[in-house]
Design a protein around this ligand. Structure first.
Ligand SMILES: Cc1ncc(COP(=O)(O)O)c(C=O)c1O
Length: 492
């Protein structure tokens, strides 16, 4: 569903080919770091941007290598919102005037189902092989289970193979590992923006790999049918622009369903993007971490692994994890599926540092094989709860007359608050973000996702009703210019 954003006279015009070096800004809501244009609002808008995550680096530590100093600086300059939240977390009984977190993309709706299932006796086994050094790719019993699971839920035309599976501790590690094994230092991946901003850090910290943003627009023009639509034309222009600056692009990152847009690519679009990549010999990393969180049936999600033929199977690498679809972001379990044995082996080699405990591997295999529970209990209930929470927030937004983008996938709504900015600048966006935080509700601002239009925010709805209602009350108060927190407490 798209509630189309209104045209905004403050929206800057595009200027083909112009580039800016992106610096790093502090995080505002998602536990994300980000790279962002220094003052993008003062420059003509761009079709692409070559990231330089350390453009604003300062503060060398006498105790650390230069690399260590940069890694520390990422930590220091990131996560302001997240840290503030953790110092003052809302708790219904203990801290009712604490911060409500509508910024972090986590599913908090199904803890009851998960804790019941994970507490059952079949989840626990202690045997020597689970306590000893494992196969770093993951135990075979787990990789077999993952292959069966992905074959079923991705609807692959032929059974997927365990030898193409690597398991490790989450998608973040996978981005990091893939960047390190696919690129030389300083090389880059294309990524459509807005995007889940932490990827900047994932690919940079070990691999020193940069991102080239392919900027998407809210405005629907020409052949586009929806806001922020990715087209091959935009990919071509960004690639050409990066090449013209001497930046070697090695791959393309696709997130499907997309974060923060909740967008879902059709099989035709996927084929187009993959063919573009093949033409230019680019790897494609397809992040499908939200693939089972499509709660609107009409959306018709298609995994890249469901395609009859991949244009370039040796350069197509698919990621999935339990962090989102099973609401277990703290458990740390992710998988790579790639037919490229060099890539699988190189990533496996890094799994020595990103591996999973044997006990967790056993647990995950038990979970993934329980198709009855997943199909008959977990997924229907999870989708119903996501849908109800989504309906509540979208109705609130409609009542406030706020445009938004959302298609019934993921945990978030991409909200257009441009009309609340006195001027279309990222400074004003930040001030609004701060007003939310001062009023004890954490959102994620568009700049954290490299959105080039100031005034977009990501609002996470996958939380319990009482927190969601209180969070939305606080959002409403800020937008209506009434900033009060203390009164909220009794009404929750
Ligand atoms: C698109 C996307 N990919 C990857 C991740 C990180 O996944 P994990 O927690 O499995 O490392 C996130 C987390 O928000 C995400 O939104």
């Amino acid at each position: 569903m798209f509630i189309l954003p209104q045209k905004d006279s403050g929206t800057p015009t595009t200027s083909p080919g112009s580039v800016s070096t992106q610096g790093l800004h502090s995080n505002h809501g998602d536990g994300l770091e980000r790279e962002g244009s220094g003052k993008p609002d003062q420059k003509p808008l761009k079709l692409y941007g070559v990231g330089d995550p350390t453009a604003m680096f300062s503060s060398d530590s006498p105790y650390l290598s230069s690399r260590g100093s940069i890694i520390k600086w990422f930590w220091d300059s990131a996560e302001e919102g997240y840290r503030t939240y953790h110092m003052d977390e809302y708790d219904e009984d203990e801290n009712p005037s604490g911060i409500i977190n509508l910024g972090t993309s986590e599913n908090k709706l199904c803890f009851d189902l998960l804790s019941r299932r994970l507490s059952q006796s079949d989840m626990w086994r202690v045997e020597p092989s689970l306590l000893q050094y494992p196969d770093w790719r993951g135990h075979l019993f787990l990789r077999e289970e993952v292959a069966r699971f992905l074959s079923f839920y991705c609807r692959s035309p032929a059974p997927l193979k365990p030898e193409n599976v690597v398991v490790l501790n989450g998608c973040a590690s996978l981005f990091s590992a893939l960047a390190t094994v696919l690129c030389e230092v300083g090389e880059a991946f294309l990524i459509p923006a807005p995007y889940y901003g932490a990827i900047t850090q994932h690919v940079y910290l070990y691999g020193n790999v940069r991102l080239v943003c392919v900027y998407l627009d809210s405005e629907v023009t020409g052949l586009e049918t929806r806001p922020f639509q990715l087209t091959v034309e935009k990919l071509e222009m960004a690639l050409e622009g990066a090449n013209s600056e001497g930046v070697k692009v090695k791959g393309l990152i696709l997130i499907n369903p997309q974060n923060p847009l909740g967008d879902v690519y059709s099989p035709g679009e996927l084929q187009e993007y993959l063919k573009f990549a093949k033409r230019h010999e680019l790897h494609v990393m397809v992040d499908e971490v939200y693939m089972l969180s499509v709660f609107e049936e009409s959306v018709g999600y298609h995994s890249v692994l469901s395609l009859e033929r991949l244009p370039d199977p040796q350069r197509t690498h698919v990621m999935w994890a339990t962090s989102k679809d099973f609401g277990m972001s703290g458990l740390r379990f992710g998988t790579l599926y790639t037919e490229n044995q060099d890539v699988a082996t190189a990533v496996s080699s890094l799994c020595r540092y990103h591996g999973l405990s044997g006990l967790v591997q056993y647990q995950m295999a038990q979970l993934l094989r329980d198709r009855d529970w997943i199909n008959q209990v977990y997924l229907p209930e999870n989708h119903a709860r996501l849908k109800a929470a989504h309906t509540y927030v979208s109705e609130e937004l409609r009542a406030l007359g706020i445009p938004f983008v959302s298609r019934g996938a993921g945990f978030f709504i991409w909200v257009d608050l441009r009309k609340y900015l006195p001027a279309a600048t990222f400074e004003e966006e930040m001030l609004l973000w701060r007003r939310f935080l001062d009023n004890k509700v954490l959102l994620s601002l568009g700049q954290a996702f490299e959105c080039k239009e100031p005034g977009w925010f990501r609002l996470v709805f996958s939380d319990k009703t009482h927190r969601l209602r209180l969070g939305m009350q606080r959002v409403r108060r800020v937008l209506e210019g009434k900033s009060q927190v203390a009164e909220d407490a009794p009404s929750c």
